[in-house]
Every structure is written in C-alpha cells, then in structure tokens.
Design a protein around this ligand. Structure first.
Ligand code: NQM
Length: 378
C-alpha cells in the first residue's frame, strides 16, 4: 500500500444529495479509531480553513466521509458510518449521521460488490451505525447497472439526476434516546420558546422572530451576524445539556433551526445552522426532525406552519435555496403522535474513483481491517 512516502487508500469521491466526500470501505481503513481519525483529517486536509493539503472542500457540507462495510446484521445489506471532519479544528465527530451522504451509500455498495443489483431498482437496506437506525435506499439499476442520470432535481444541486427514494424508520431518539429528550414539546431556553427534538438529528427549533430575525435573511447575512451567532451558541450549549448531550462546545449537535411562516407555497420556512454556519439548504435528517416538530401539536412551530391532516402527511420545508419535501407516515398511539416512516427523494453521483493518498507518517497502511493480524492463541 505504501508508495514512496505516501499510503494509498482505495476511495470513491461521491456527491450524496447536497453533500460531498470520500467513500471508503471500512476494511481499507485503520482498525484503530485514533489512527483512522488521523487518516481522515489528513485525507481532507484538516485542520485548515482552505483544506489545501487534502480533498475537503473547505465547508462543513464538503468535509464529510462515509465508511461502508458489508453488514452481519440480519436483513441488512451494509453498515454506514458517517464522519464529520471539522474544517478548521483537528476533530472528527461521529455523533450524528448524515442523510445526504446516505444517498451515495446505495450506489457505492452496489458498485463495490456489497449489494447485488436487481432490474430496474435495487432496494439497499442500510444500518446507520452512528444512530442505530435503518434506511432503505431505492437505487435505480436498469439492467443491473447503477444509473446516475435522470430527471430529478433537488434544491442546491444544479441539473437533474436519477432519483433515489429513501425510507427511514424508527429515527426517534437517534442520539438523545427520546424524540423529545426533555419530555416536553416546548421548553424555554434563555427566555425563548424552543422545541428540543431528535427524529434522526438532535435539533433545537426556534422561531426566527423571537431572535429578532425574519427567517428570510440570506445565509451570508446570518453568517455575518456575530450577535445572533453568539446568542445561538449560548442557547445551543444550554439545550445540549438539557438534551442529555453533555457539554456540546466541541460537538456538531444539536443543530439549530430558525423557523418562520412559508414564503413560496410551502409549509414552513427554515434557516438551519450546522451548528455554527448557516446551511445553504437543510440536511435530510434535519428536515425530517424539523418537519416532525412542525407536525407535533404545541411545538415552537404552532401558528407558523401550515397544518395538514391524516395518517400520511407531506410537508414542504422551505430553505435558502428552495424546498425539501418529506412524506411522514403517522400513528396515533397512547404515547401521542408517532412518526413511523419518513420518505424523501435525493440524488447522488460518483465523481471520481481511485486511490486517496495520505502521508505514510500519518499511517503506514498496516493494520487495516483487511490486513489486521489476528493474534495467535497461546
Ligand atoms: O441532516 C449537514 C447535510 C447535513 C446533514 C450537516 C444531513 C442530515 O446537509 O441528514 O444531511 O449537518 O452538517 O448534508
């Protein structure tokens, strides 16, 4: 594996939804977690605001890694571990998952021989290691070949591509243990109404107006508002404690969403911080979680969101670059309203296949899961 002073690791660079990053087979990475994280930092070029010495795109949305392996769990095709590599800090966070990178997992699994393609669509069942939840990605595979070209467009990605329907189940409490980790649908933090919720992503949902914002500002405007960012971080730290996440100063969760009445025919307007930078759109599990907050009676979204009725509800979540539709299947149980399935459409594309090189001083290529030496019994 080691060529001159570099170690070569087999890799596919993929766009998954509105995110992008290298996809690795778990067996090609170091088995030891500290070494693995050093490899991921070196691969992306972190820490450095430009990630100049790596393949990261100098933005949280393009500083993401997917690690995929064949699953040994019954009924599951592959395990997907997501890693958020900080751009400017030497940190790799595997606390939350990423639903955008998830869109690339099905095609990658099929192309790397971890799932067998069917004609015309291959359902790939994926275990999300970070959150312990399961997703089924329906990958277009006419004649048993992954097809990336198609007619679907998603906000934040130019052009069109083949649509991948993703069904998510049992996402409630993915990191916090409960859908509403404080037990309440509405809390007060720092004098402000907030819904603290985790339906796949720990989130704090706040009304933009309560922070003196319209909710229609551009991400650039919000990103340059230091006063707002300081206030949001103070709320996030308090919320993180209450959500059972401990001290979240060096964690990327909870993420923060400001909501406002819809502007373009959707159901609610959003501005989401991940967690310190305003997203140009909204993440997948963030949309699922914010959408759930919008459906729950008595949440911070009351009076803002267009409400729907029935066991299957489609919510259009507006964001800075368009809208994100999520279909929710609901059940009314003794414990209240429950989301039993969320479905959405993403697209993905393999951009590059080859070897990613990291300095051999970071990793000499030994002790990957595929080459790990099994100690002899004595
Ligand atoms: O919520 C951004 C993204 C995400 C996360 C982030 C995501 C999700 O838009 O499922 O996809 O949280 O940094 O890719």
């Amino acid at each position: 594996m080691s060529r001159s002073s570099q170690t070569a690791i087999s890799c596919t660079l993929m766009r998954g939804g509105t995110s992008k990053g290298p996809f690795f087979l778990a067996s090609d990475l170091p088995s030891d977690i500290q070494t693995r994280d050093r490899v991921l930092l070196a691969a992306m070029g972190s820490p450095d605001p430009r990630q100049i010495d790596g393949v990261g795109g100098a933005d949280p949305l393009t500083s993401k890694v997917a690690i995929v392996s064949r699953s040994s769990r019954p009924g599951i095709d592959v395990d997907y571990l997501f890693a958020q590599v900080s751009v400017d800090r030497p940190l790799v966070d595997v606390t939350p998952t990423c639903g955008n990178m998830l869109a690339g997992v099905g095609p990658f699994a099929i192309e790397r021989g971890l799932a067998r393609a069917k004609d015309p669509i291959t359902p790939v069942t994926i275990y999300l290691v970070n959150t312990g939840t399961v997703a089924v990605a329906h990958v277009p595979t006419p004649h048993g070949q992954v097809t990336y070209g198609g007619e679907s467009s998603i906000a934040g990605v130019p052009g069109t591509a083949a649509s991948i329907r993703i069904d998510l189940r049992d996402t409630a409490g993915s990191v916090c243990g409960d859908l509403l980790p404080t037990g309440d649908v509405l809390d007060q933090i720092d004098g402000i109404d907030a819904t603290l919720i985790d339906n796949g992503m720990p989130m704090v949902v706040l009304r933009a107006a309560d922070l003196g914002k319209s909710g229609y500002e551009s991400p650039a405007e919000l990103n340059s508002d230091q006063q707002l960012k300081t206030r949001l971080e103070a709320i996030r730290i308090l919320a993180g404690e209450r959500m059972g996440l401990g001290d979240v100063r060096s964690k990327v969760v909870p993420k923060m969403t400001l909501i406002a009445p819809p502007q373009s025919g959707g159901d609610v307007m959003t501005r989401t911080f991940i967690p310190h930078k305003c997203h140009s759109a909204i993440g997948v599990l963030m949309a699922v979680t914010v959408g759930t907050a919008c459906i729950l009676p008595g949440s911070a979204a009351r009076g803002i969101v267009n409400s729907h009725d029935g066991p299957v509800q489609r919510l259009s979540i507006e964001h800075p670059s368009g809208e994100f539709s999520v279909e929710f299947q609901l059940e009314n149980s003794s414990g209240g309203l429950r989301v039993i399935r969320s479905s959405l459409i993403r697209t993905a594309r393999a951009l590059f296949r080859g070897e990613l090189l990291v300095p051999a001083s970071v990793w000499d290529g030994k002790n990957s899961l595929s080459t790990a030496v099994v100690p002899q019994a004595t």
